[in-house]
Design a protein around this ligand. Structure first.
Ligand code: IVH
Length: 672
């Protein structure tokens, strides 16, 4: 190939790849498979290597990063990047709107644009004649760090703007946005770091910020970063008249904008938008920490102007914080159903995400040592969704030297029996099969909603039943009498009767529920369904040999061994017999029917946000009809359900030819 010919091909490839980046990152609607995209990229890389005279820093291949810099240069923003004033409740939002209208001497409503407040790192990128020239962090607002090379490694940032729908690319465009990392990508990055023995990032925001502020841009290139643009600085050769127009125009040039934005006719609509997002936020594939409300009309914006550090025309309406700091008063040990000893931090009460938190699980001793958590430490804690709060990190600066290290007890804090740590396991266990703590947890699991579903039998009641010796195994529940319940603390007669009814009602159950309720190690709801539909009766399951169990699809040696050992134990067999004698009637029909369900035995992967369910609910629904949910797409996947804003799993599914369902398809399929 001659040099000139190569140049033409290189140009064509760059244009084609830029187009596919646009389809993928901006429209979220790719036209080609990942594999085909990779082939184009490889061809371009190859040509650029052979014809270095046509190399360009703006080429889409330059997403690989460059060798380390000594330090960052400083970039002064042509127009300062301001911060936002915050509102914590709707009163403050209404006051903001009042101030805006007073300032503008307006009686009628002002139109706003509401956008998710992305929790990442703010950057500015300058495009001259459509070419990316300089990218910088916000810094102190006046000037930031030159992170051009790092930003160039982010694939959703175009190095060249393209004219589309006849909207001309401005001579100069300073565009601003938030670099962020999706939750899933963040979790995967941390898993990788854990495997490599590297320190973990506390949250996606820190991971994104740390990745951008890297002197070695080849490190940034390996990080799963993305960007959404939300505003502009200097613009030459184009006139915007509203914020909404900015958000609609940027994508035409190839700059991704968060699709979850709204134009609001009045402040009330913006507040409604906040309420919606607040409800959805845990299902978002990335973290948001509030809603940014901006006056839509740019003319009005400039009349409003700014205060010292923030504009008068915008407001950040924040969600209650996910993370807070507090102090560890003590570390106690809880004994679980399997005898596992879990250290739990008791903390000074603090509000996190609108809920008072006093305890956080520390998982196990390794975790405490890895994070070097001590009694008396000041710590950063977080609550994500409905998940149990956890400690993110110790705040070293607050150490006084008075902190005490936690020591794992050598005997069980509940029954005093010896504690073992089986070789190769992270967990310490109480070796006493009859430990009351284990018994309590076993019974709580048995009664729980997903198991035998005995409404009203909460933790406090179960604890008393065990402490008073009224229940020594799960079958005793079916022999409880109303007078015995009436003797319990904090239990009115009415709820005593309700409990008796709930216990009675639980006798009509499914085989899958009963198997799950027994609490056999490694047997969750899904495997319980599998076993129920394969065996059809508890007696047949009880007699199954280990080899036979292993022959079942989805049952591996570990599960087979665990199930077999469970049913060989005389005490367990006796309990099951007593359950049946007491009238528990597990029917296999429902399990069978479930197995005839179109999703039965199928593996489903979710990507993107679903409207009708949280991920957890969706999982439960799939499992309840005998299907299985997996987190990654492979040739074994039967269906990928793509919600709003699907991730790379969508592409992978297309590549592998896996059936892709919309949420509506999925609902239809679930319905039978
Ligand atoms: S507008 C003057 N819009 O919030 C307007 N900011 O405290 C300034 N942020 O540093 C920013 N999402 O990093 C705006 N949709 C959004 C945003 C957003 C996140 C961040 C940004 C900025 C901080 C302001």
């Amino acid at each position: 190939m001659k040099s000139e010919e190569a140049r033409e091909r290189i140009e064509a490839l760059r244009e084609e790849i830029t187009h596919h980046n646009y389809r993928y990152y901006v429209l979220d609607d790719p036209e080609i498979s990942d594999a085909r995209y990779d082939r184009l990229m490889r061809e371009l890389e190859d040509l650029e290597k052979r014809f270095p005279q046509w190399q360009s820093p703006l080429s889409p291949t330059q997403r690989v990063g460059h060798p380390p810099l000594e330090r960052f240069q400083t970039v002064t923003h042509a127009i300062p990047m301001l911060s936002l004033s915050n509102a914590m409740d709707r009163g403050e939002v209404v006051e903001f709107d009042d101030r805006v209208r007073r300032f503008l001497r307006r009686k009628e409503a002002v139109e706003y644009v509401a956008e998710p407040k992305m929790d990442g790192l703010a950057v500015e990128i300058v495009y001259m004649d459509g070419n990316m020239t300089v990218g910088s962090t916000r810094g102190d607002g006046v000037s930031g760090e030159d992170v051009t090379l790092n930003l160039m490694t982010i694939r959703s940032i175009p190095t060249r703007l393209i004219q589309r729908h006849g909207v001309p690319v401005p001579r100069r465009l300073d565009v601003r946005g938030e670099v962020f990392m999706r939750r899933e990508a963040f979790a995967e990055l941390n898993r990788q770091r854990e495997r490599d023995g590297e320190p973990l990032f506390a949250n996606p925001r820190n991971a994104a910020a740390g990745s951008i502020r890297q002197l070695d841009s080849s490190v940034t290139a390996g990080r799963p970063l993305e960007i959404y643009f939300y505003g502009v600085g200097v613009v030459e050769g184009f006139r915007f008249s509203t914020q909404w127009e900015i958000l609609e125009t940027l994508p035409l040039w190839g700059l991704p904008v968060n699709p979850r934005i709204r134009r609001c006719a009045s402040i009330q609509h913006a507040i409604e938008f906040y309420d919606e997002l607040m409800e959805e936020r845990h299902r978002f594939p990335y973290e948001i920490d509030g809603v940014v409300i901006k006056v839509n009309d740019l003319e009005l914006q400039s009349r409003l102007g700014e205060k010292s550090r923030s504009p008068r025309w915008a407001l950040a309406y924040k969600f209650p914080a996910h993370q807070e700091t507090t102090r560890i008063l003590d570390i106690r040990v809880q004994v679980g159903r399997t005898g596992a000893l879990t250290p739990v931090a008791v903390m000074e009460p603090v509000m996190v995400g609108g809920v008072e938190v006093t305890r956080a699980t520390l998982h196990n001793l390794d975790e405490i040592e890895r994070k070097d958590i001590r009694i008396g430490d000041t710590v950063l804690i977080q609550r994500a969704g409905d998940v149990i709060p956890e400690i993110v990190q110790v705040i070293d600066l607050k150490r006084t030297g008075q902190e005490r290290r936690f020591i794992m007890p050598e005997s069980c804090p509940v029954c005093g029996f010896k504690v073992d740590r089986p070789p190769g396991e992270a967990v310490h266990r109480c070796a006493n099969k009859n430990c009351p703590a284990q018994l309590k947890e076993t019974i709580k699991h048995f009664c729980s909603k997903r198991a035998m579903d005995m409404d009203g039998l909460g933790d406090k009641i179960v604890n008393q039943l065990v402490d008073k010796g009224l229940v020594r195994d799960v079958s005793d529940l079916y022999h409880l009498r109303l007078e015995q319940l009436a003797g319990l603390e904090r239990l009115a007669e009415k709820s005593g009767q309700n409990i008796v009814n709930a216990i009675e009602g639980s006798k009509q159950t499914t085989l899958a529920r009963l198997i799950y309720a027994l609490g056999i190690r490694y047997v969750g709801e899904h495997l319980a369904h599998v076993l129920a539909s394969d065996y059809g009766s508890i007696h047949r399951l009880m007699e199954a040999s280990e080899e036979e169990l292993e022959g079942i699809n989805e049952v591996g040696p570990q599960v087979a061994h665990s199930v077999h050992t469970f049913f060989r134990q005389e005490s367990n067999r006796r309990v099951i017999q007593r359950l049946l004698d007491a009238g528990v009637k597990p029917s296999a029909e429902e399990a069978r029917a479930a197995m005839e369900h179109p999703l039965a035995g199928k593996t489903v992967v979710f990507t993107g946000t679903l409207d009708a369910f949280s991920r957890d609910e969706a999982r439960t629904r799939v499992e309840s009809v005998g299907g299985k949910v997996s987190s990654s797409v492979s040739a074994k996947t039967d269906f990928v359900v793509a919600g709003v804003d699907p991730g790379s799993k969508y592409l992978k599914a297309r590549d592998l030819g896996v059936a892709i369902l919309s949420e509506a398809d999925f609902l239809r399929l679930l319905g039978g």
